[in-house]
Design a protein around this ligand. Structure first.
Ligand code: CMP
Length: 138
């Protein structure tokens, strides 16, 4: 088990003004920010990042959506990071997310679901390295 996970605050949450409240929840839950950047994810980069979902019916909409406005990407550190972060953000579909979770509080639909969290230690490593070099980690 590693102690890092990767997250993105998605375009809906950014445009709705939720960067601050979401970072506060992450902070209160005891995660340390290892790396962070605010930027526009180009469609080509989004397509590459989500290549694992290429055969899924929602792939094209997902790529379009994730490149529709700025996002915040970050690497977070905490003991049991992947599992604890997924508990903090709640179910992928916000209508099924437990009360008080980030998606329950800040997301409106399964497509625009406010935040991403890695689903395994292996993916946390791959996803973090997709966006951040070693030099950008603190
Ligand atoms: P996330 O897990 O961060 O990355 C893949 C995204 O695809 C997921 O969040 C959802 O926002 C989106 N998505 C849209 N439809 C579905 C679906 N049916 N199942 C899983 N993810 C979906």
């Amino acid at each position: 088990m590693t102690n890092i996970t990767f997250t993105m605050i998605k375009p809906d949450a950014v445009s709705n003004g939720y960067i601050g409240p979401i970072l506060a929840k992450i902070n209160e839950a005891g995660f340390r920010i290892v790396a962070m950047k605010y930027f526009h994810l180009e469609p080509e980069k989004a397509a590459e990042f989500y290549a694992v979902h290429k055969e899924r019916p929602f792939y094209n909409d997902l790529v379009k959506y994730m490149s529709s406005g700025p996002i915040v990407a970050a690497i977070l550190e905490k003991e049991n990071a992947v599992e604890d972060f997924r508990t903090l953000i709640g179910a992928t579909d916000p209508s099924k997310a437990a009360p008080g979770t980030i998606r329950n509080l800040f997301a409106k639909s399964i497509d625009a679901n406010a935040i991403h969290g890695s689903d395994s230690d292996a993916n946390a490593g791959i996803e973090g390295s997709f966006f951040f070099s070693q030099m950008e980690r603190f």
